[in-house]
Design a protein around this ligand. Structure first.
Ligand SMILES: [Zn+2]
Length: 158
């Protein structure tokens, strides 16, 4: 069995009055991510990790933010398209580990639903999809609530 690992990282600016989509879920928040798509920083990091593991480039190559068809797009569609790309190369998900870094709101209560949504798209079980949350202890741009960071590591089998 061919095992391949990949990592992904994504950043988005937070702005008042936008929706906060994280892990495919709409989170109640007074700020949301500014982006060409729905700005789901966690799903973007996971897509990049999957593409990296399969040696298929990055999310910007496959879904450029200059293309009208991706404007405001639900990132669950991007995750599904990414999964189809890696499946086309004969890859399946072994597991994903990820971390979202933001000051607020607290997202711990939404993590089970995120794991369920992501695992459904990736044809695996929630046990194989880990989502963690942390803050930067009020330091830096995440601490000032100016932005969000997400990181993901994926293991694929071929
Ligand atoms: Zn992004």
């Amino acid at each position: 069995m061919n095992l391949r690992t990949g990592q992904g990282i994504d950043f988005h600016r937070l702005e008042r009055g936008l929706n906060l989509w994280l892990g495919g879920i709409l989170i109640p928040s007074d700020k949301g991510c500014k982006a060409h798509s729905d700005g789901d920083v966690l799903l973007h990091a996971i897509c990049d990790a999957m593409l990296g593991a399969a040696g298929l480039g990055d999310i910007g190559q496959h879904f450029p933010d200059t293309r009208q068809e991706f404007k405001g797009i639900d990132s669950k569609i991007l995750l599904k398209k990414t999964y189809e790309l890696i499946k086309g190369k004969g890859f399946l998900i072994v597991n994903i580990d990820s971390t979202v870094c933001l000051e607020k709101p607290k997202i711990a209560g939404f993590i089970p639903e995120m794991r369920s949504v992501i695992s459904d798209i990736l044809e695996t079980t929630p046990e194989n999809i880990s989502v963690k949350a942390t803050t930067t202890e009020k330091l830096g741009f995440t601490g000032r609530e100016e932005g969000i960071v997400a990181m993901a590591v994926v293991l694929l089998k071929q």
